[in-house]
Write a protein that binds this ligand. Structure first.
Ligand code: URA
Length: 435
């Protein structure tokens, strides 16, 4: 087979065969085709697209390019959840323990944050002592004992995706729907769960900025997952404003604890319960969504979801007393209060800009080797839709220095729009696909 012919076929709008895709992924992983030819093919795919069959073939071959997790030593239905990334999105820390407390097995690999969006690995690593690099046998043991383990992605998961993503990044071909679907779903297939719930974020802080794009991506990923033999469903959820009240790693752990104790932001609580209910339903542990929701609520009310999080943290070497008393979690020493510049309603709180301000405070990384400050971030005192008076505190910023706080304050103020008319706030769950 020749790369030249594959590029030509796709450039002309042809459909690649399974053999061609398998050869391509093997050659990309092994480094036997030059980057300039792979880049040319990515651009041809960007313009010509891929059929559903090509997308599934690409997804499977990428999944098989590295280690495939074997979760068979864990009895029960294993359900994974994936968020396409957002600002203040700490739902994995909340939804995982709720679903696990209802009997779903959560054996989940998560990623680090990059750019304006956060990652579950960084959030959990802000808990003193907690390890995300858990050996395989111990990983099985923890899930079998506590119902849940959240660990970092192994370096050998989907090497083809690492190569292709790096080339997409520099050739401006990231936002091709079949390439995004194959990239996300290959990692989900390799991670080994029986069922997958996708939280596709829509809005200013998300990858997908319009509803038709988000629906197309969600439908494509659901179709790809189901064709690959994994029960897959999706919810399209709002990311036009930061999720919850905190942005930043340890701050988000605190907020997750508040929600699990039944005392947190109502939108974040509602989304977490809905996602947990989706996972319970996908696992076949409830006959319908409303009974799954009732089960999810009960685990919060009884404290069993919070206990599940504490058990998991202890099992992974973390100091669970920091969850009982969250003032023991890291908090950066400089604090700056931001006040409303005028009176009115907050009609916009741009999630992406808030994420960038949190990054300036030290809570995120610009490139993957940057160090992060676990105690840095933003605690929001008001969000979109709130009525505020001029001079009223609307956020607290935390960082290692006064200069970082001052710079981030300028950025944060650009995120906020205050007007006289009360705005409509989008419903949190915009669309459900397959659930
Ligand atoms: N996240 C991924 O893992 N891959 C993409 O292509 C886009 C978002």
């Amino acid at each position: 087979m020749r790369m030249y012919d594959i590029i030509h076929k796709k450039r002309q709008g042809g459909e690649l065969t399974h053999e061609e895709i398998a050869w391509l992924v093997k050659s990309v992983t092994g480094g036997s085709v030059p980057d300039y030819q792979v880049s040319a093919l990515l651009m041809a795919i960007f313009f010509r697209g891929m059929t559903p069959e090509e997308t599934v073939d690409l997804t499977w071959e990428m999944a098989r390019s590295g280690d495939m997790a074997d979760l068979s030593p864990i009895p029960g239905v294993k359900v994974d959840k994936h968020s396409t990334g957002g600002v203040g999105d700490k739902t994995s820390l909340i939804v995982g323990p709720i679903a696990a407390a209802c009997g779903v097995k959560i054996a989940k690999m998560s990623g680090r944050g990059l750019g304006h969006t956060g990652g579950t690995v960084d959030k959990l690593e802000s808990i003193p002592g907690l390890h995300m690099d858990v050996p395989r046998e111990r990983f099985y043991e923890i899930v079998n004992k506590t119902g849940i383990a959240l660990v970092g992605q192994s370096g050998s998961l989907c090497p083809a995706d690492k190569k292709l993503y790096a080339l997409r990044d520099v050739t401006n071909t990231v936002d091709s729907l079949p390439l995004i679907a194959a990239s996300i779903m290959s990692k989900k297939l390799a991670a080994g769960a029986d069922a997958i719930l996708l939280d596709v974020k829509l809005g200013s802080g998300a990858f997908m900025k319009t509803l038709p794009e988000a629906v197309e991506l969600a439908e494509l990923m659901v179709d790809t997952g189901n064709r690959a033999g994994r029960r897959t469903a999706a919810m399209i959820t709002d990311m036009d404003m930061p999720l919850g009240r905190c942005i930043g790693n340890a701050l988000e752990v605190r907020e997750a604890v508040e929600i699990l104790r039944g005392d947190g932001d109502s939108r974040l609580t509602e989304l977490s319960l809905e996602l947990a209910a989706g996972m319970i339903t996908l696992a076949g542990l409830a006959p319908d969504n409303s009974s799954a929701l009732a089960k999810a609520r009960e685990t919060v009310a009884s404290g069993s979801a919070f206990k599940t999080l504490c058990d998991m943290v202890s099992a992974q070497g973390g100091d669970a007393s920091c969850l009982e008393d969250t003032s023991k979690l890291p908090l950066s020493p400089w604090e700056l209060t931001v006040s409303a510049p005028e009176s009115g309603y907050i009609t916009a709180l741009d999630a992406e800009t808030c994420g960038l301000a949190a990054m300036e405070l030290g809570a995120g990384r610009e490139s993957k080797d940057d160090e992060i400050d676990y105690g840095a971030g933003i605690a929001l005192l008001a969000n979109k839709g709130a009525a505020v008076e001029s001079g009223q505190p609307i956020a607290k910023l935390y960082a290692q220095s006064e200069a970082q706080c001052a710079q981030a304050k300028e950025r944060f103020l650009c995120a906020i729009t205050i007007e006289k008319e009360r705005p409509d706030v989008q419903p949190l769950i915009i669309k459900r696909i397959g659930i």
